[in-house]
Design a protein around this ligand. Structure first.
Ligand SMILES: [Zn+2]
Length: 252
């Protein structure tokens, strides 16, 4: 929708400059250049900022005023860290959402079974998590996404409904694939930056400073620091007066 508005605005600006040029020859067509540059910049930002919902509406937080947040973990299942993370969640009676990469599932079926048995939600984070995923055609993206559905269904018997785009990038093809697959796109509004955080202190401080009602927190169950910091992160979130609820409950 916002993408369409940006295109309409570009079209109107270019047409306006052309008309002015035809009427007053002193108006240069070069004025179109800043219009294209501005449009290009906005579109690129729209691709990388999932919270803008630029190409399609993406669930990135809840409008609730209640002090509740949801935890989401990307890029697993991971033999080394996901079981430890599930143990921590279980000890704290927390249900989270795991956006799994399909290619990581073979050999980790027991982890998927645990997620299902212990009441966590599994989401689709693409099969390949390919670096150029965003340049795939919509059909190729959908085929990649459906691979994950098949793998998870064979293990848990559950059909996946949520999709989180790899790298949080959206574009017209990602939007089309999500629509064709009838997925609910899910983003975040607290990016923990656990993949680049130097230590626990930095990670916890970043999450704490961004806590707000209805937030969806992005973490990774493929990172050692995240698995080690999780017990303290949970304690810190609760100390700030927030309940950690399943993603579905955030919207009740
Ligand atoms: Zn990822």
């Amino acid at each position: 929708m916002k993408f369409k508005i940006a295109n309409i605005l570009l079209g109107l600006s270019v047409a306006g400059i052309y008309c002015l040029h035809r009427t007053f020859i002193s108006v240069s067509l070069l004025w179109m250049l800043p219009c294209f540059l501005l449009h290009g910049t906005v579109v690129i930002l729209g691709c990388i900022k999932i919270g803008w919902s630029f190409f399609l509406p993406v669930v990135c937080s809840s409008n609730t005023s209640s002090r509740v947040v949801a935890l989401t973990f990307d890029d697993g299942p991971n033999k080394d860290f996901t079981p430890f993370i599930i143990d921590t969640l279980s000890r704290n009676n927390i249900k989270a959402t795991f956006f799994c990469i399909g290619k990581n599932i073979p050999g980790n079926e027991d982890i998927l079974k645990r997620m299902e048995l212990e009441g966590h939600t599994v989401g689709n984070h693409s099969n390949s998590h390919h670096f150029w995923f965003d340049l795939f055609s919509a059909r190729k993206m959908l085929a990649d996404m459906q691979e994950v559905d098949k793998k998870v269904y064979a293990i848990t018997g559950r059909k996946l409904t949520m999709f989180r785009p790899p790298y949080g990038i959206t574009n017209p093809n990602v939007a089309k694939a999500i629509k064709m697959g009838n997925y609910t796109p899910v983003g975040w509004n607290i990016r923990s930056l656990d993949t680049v955080a130097k230590d626990k202190k930095q990670l916890l401080a970043r999450i704490e400073s961004r806590l707000k009602p209805g937030a969806i927190i992005l973490l990774h169950d493929s990172i050692k620091l995240t698995s080690e910091a999780l017990p303290e992160a949970i304690a810190m979130i609760r100390k700030n007066g927030y309940d950690i609820v399943p993603l579905s409950e955030l919207f009740d």
